[in-house]
Design a protein around this ligand. Structure first.
Ligand code: PRX
Length: 654
């Protein structure tokens, strides 16, 4: 399969040189990049130290660069003192106070501009409010908010006072929120009375109430931002309105001087077990990579309007909404609602309305909008766009070409950025004024990032077009520091496979003869559904938590728009349901999973059988289930299968 995939991509492969106009104005030229790469190669550690001195404002400069004494818990710049919010807001508010930091577009089409000066003052005021509630450095604060400026303000306010934020995507259920509150032991939850999405109101406060009341960890306060004006339950002892909290607060708040290694945030992501892992990032290392990659990959200029469509609930929304652009003093656009509201032209309407110059989104969104044809984007003025980006999953060449021709009008380079929650920022990506791009390839590593592809024994595959494990050979400043509360899991997940020699990304990849990287997908039981990472075990645990379910196995199946869809095989406790009963139970289980995890985890298909295919030693034959889910012919040996007769049920024929 992997070989066929490689071959088909290679056959179709074309490359696109950056347009001359773009090269002429690009921030970073070939000479500069070669220089950076040379410095990194000659002295990896010194390279990062120079960048950290040049790019960041330190309260106390560092002398230590990389501390490997506790490897793989690497530390960077660990005797330096710094603050992420100071570097984002104070630095830029003093340079250009009246520059727009955030353009906010609401779902019902209103917009608002917030300058750097205003953003600094709102953030400081809210930071003082958090202090009033007793929030101290190292306290955890869960943020469960709509996509609005206050979500960014809440993050920046935490960073300002040294509290560790943990943003939970607003599409996650109350149960998923509760798990994260408990794991992080969060003192405070910041939420809103609701979020506008696709013409509906998502009841975030109600979900928060459920999560907080069921949490075994006692949340002290819930801060509620009024976004919709909907009626909500209000617990006078515990809840506090955002506006009341800030009403008497000073709009100056000195940024807390923090150690470079102070945890900036925890962000939960899926792994190959049922329990999401809290990826912990540091302060200085993270903001360094966020700022530099933002400036290089997106070629940012003073008058750019940068729009990253990701929600702040995901890492992309952390690095390329809440931190990178603000560290670089850029103007960002934040859109609150759904891409299809009121119609499928909404993204392009926003690009035209706010003269967006740089647009960054996920392949799944491109594929979903591409389905509606060329006429819709062609009916908008997209001439302001000068650069396009993608992230989150491999982009199929067809979607790439559509993005290039119809959205970029063959004028805009496309940066396909490969990275992960764990890596903190872009790792492999074109630099738009330099790199020749190929549809479907994320091309070459960033300066200072040492990527390789290795075989089962950890030896570099060497040869072009040879698939293997994607690894990162040297520590880099924005790498995750640990998994919150479970350092052993950190070691086991990312380092154990090759005895601590490399960071193992969990993706398989190959490099072609031009040195371009092609990501082939995950090597673990992690699915990529609409650019979001989901563990098969997470969905399985949710299914088996239902009293009607005895066993469940979940696999991914390729999907035209979502990249992958979720296919669940379920064994029920009673009789196997058929006909109408099966339909009813499928719907009930889909809703159940949405309640347990969130709508993104709803299985697209559920098939019931009397048993799951297991080897005689009792292991579920996942490979076989993947073949069945894809409707492919079974060619593998099934002689070890305990009960061959269930194959027909699994294929849906019985
Ligand atoms: O499999 C890779 C895929 O998304 C995974 C990381 O997911 P997450 O931590 O949720 O972060 C997504 C946003 C940075 C990776 O292990 N992935 C991410 N970007 C790309 C990609 N696959 C192919 N091409 C990409 N550009």
């Amino acid at each position: 399969m992997a070989d066929e995939l490689i071959e088909s991509i290679l056959n179709e492969s074309r490359s696109f040189a950056p347009p001359k106009d773009f090269i002429d104005q690009a921030n970073i030229d070939e000479e500069k990049v070669n220089n950076l790469k040379k410095q990194a190669k000659e002295n990896h550690i010194q390279y990062w130290a120079t960048l950290a001195k040049d790019q960041l404002e330190w309260f106390q400069p560092f002398k230590n660069i990389l501390d490997e004494s506790k490897a793989p818990n690497y530390e960077w710049f660990n005797d330096g003192v710094i603050n992420a919010s100071y570097n984002s807001l104070d630095v830029n508010a003093s340079k250009s106070p009246n520059k727009t930091a955030i353009i906010f577009e609401t779902e019902d089409g209103k917009s608002e501009h917030i300058t750097y000066k205003e953003l600094l003052s709102k953030t400081s005021q809210f930071a003082n409010g958090l202090k009033k509630l007793g929030v101290e450095p190292m306290d955890r604060v869960v943020i469960y908010m709509p996509m609005c400026p206050e979500a960014v303000i809440a993050m920046q306010a935490c960073a300002r006072i040294g509290a560790i934020h943990s943003v939970v995507f607003g599409g996650f259920s109350s149960n998923a929120l509760k798990d994260r509150i408990e794991d992080a032991k969060s003192k405070i939850v910041i939420t809103a009375d609701g979020a506008y999405r696709g013409g509906n109101i998502i009841p975030l406060k109600q979900a928060t109430d459920e999560a907080v009341s069921q949490s075994s960890y006692k949340v002290e306060n819930v801060v509620v931002f009024q976004r919709t004006g909907e009626k909500i339950e209000f617990n006078e002892k515990r809840d506090v309105w955002w506006r009341d909290l800030v009403s008497n607060c000073d709009s100056n708040c000195d940024p807390e001087p923090l150690n470079a290694e102070h945890p900036l945030f925890i962000l939960y992501t899926s792994g190959s077990t049922g329990k999401p892992k809290g990826i912990q990032h540091s302060t200085a290392g993270y903001i360094l990579h966020a700022k530099t990659t933002f400036s290089w990959v997106f070629d940012i200029k003073n008058d750019d309007v940068f729009w990253c469509t990701a929600d702040v609930g995901w890492i992309t929304g952390h690095t390329y909404v809440a931190y990178g652009p603000l560290l670089a003093g850029a103007t960002i656009l934040i859109y609150e609602g759904a891409p299809t509201f009121p119609d499928v032209g909404r993204f392009w309407d926003i690009c035209e309305k706010h003269a967006v110059t740089i647009f960054y989104t996920a392949p799944t969104a491109i594929r979903a909008l591409m389905k509606h044809g060329d006429e819709i984007p062609q009916s908008y003025d997209l001439s302001s766009l000068r650069l396009l980006g993608t992230v989150g999953e491999p982009i199929n060449p067809e979607a790439w070409m559509w993005y290039h021709r119809i959205i970029g009008q063959e004028r805009c380079p496309i940066v396909d950025t490969w990275w992960q929650t764990e890596t903190g920022g872009a790792m492999i990506s074109p630099l738009p004024g330099i790199t020749e791009t190929k549809p479907g390839s994320c091309t070459t590593p960033m300066p200072g990032i040492d990527v390789d592809i290795v075989d089962e024994l950890g030896e570099p595959v060497g040869e072009a077009n040879q698939g293997g494990y994607l690894v990162i050979k040297k520590p880099w400043p924005s790498m995750l520091r640990t998994i919150w509360g479970d350092n052993q899991r950190y070691i086991d997940t990312y380092w154990e496979k090759f005895d601590g020699r490399y960071y193992v990304a969990g993706d398989s990849a190959y490099r072609d003869e031009d040195g371009c990287h092609w990501i082939m997908g995950r090597i673990d039981d992690v699915l990529n559904v609409s650019g979001h990472r989901l563990g098969t075990m997470e969905v399985e645990s949710a299914l088996v938590a239902n009293e009607m379910v005895a066993e469940a196995a979940v696999v991914g199946r390729p999907h035209e728009v979502k990249g992958e869809s979720i296919f669940a095989f379920v064994v029920t406790k009673g009789e196997r349901p058929i006909g109408e009963d099966a339909k009813k139970m499928q719907e009930a289980l889909r809703e159940w999973v949405a309640e347990q995890v969130g709508a993104i985890a709803k299985p697209d298909e559920i098939r019931f059988s009397d048993n799951l295919p297991k080897t005689r030693s009792g292991k579920i034959m996942r490979r076989l289930l993947r073949v069945i889910a894809r409707d492919e012919a079974i060619t593998q040996d099934i002689s070890t299968l305990e009960d061959e007769s269930i194959i027909k049920q699994l294929q849906g024929e019985d």
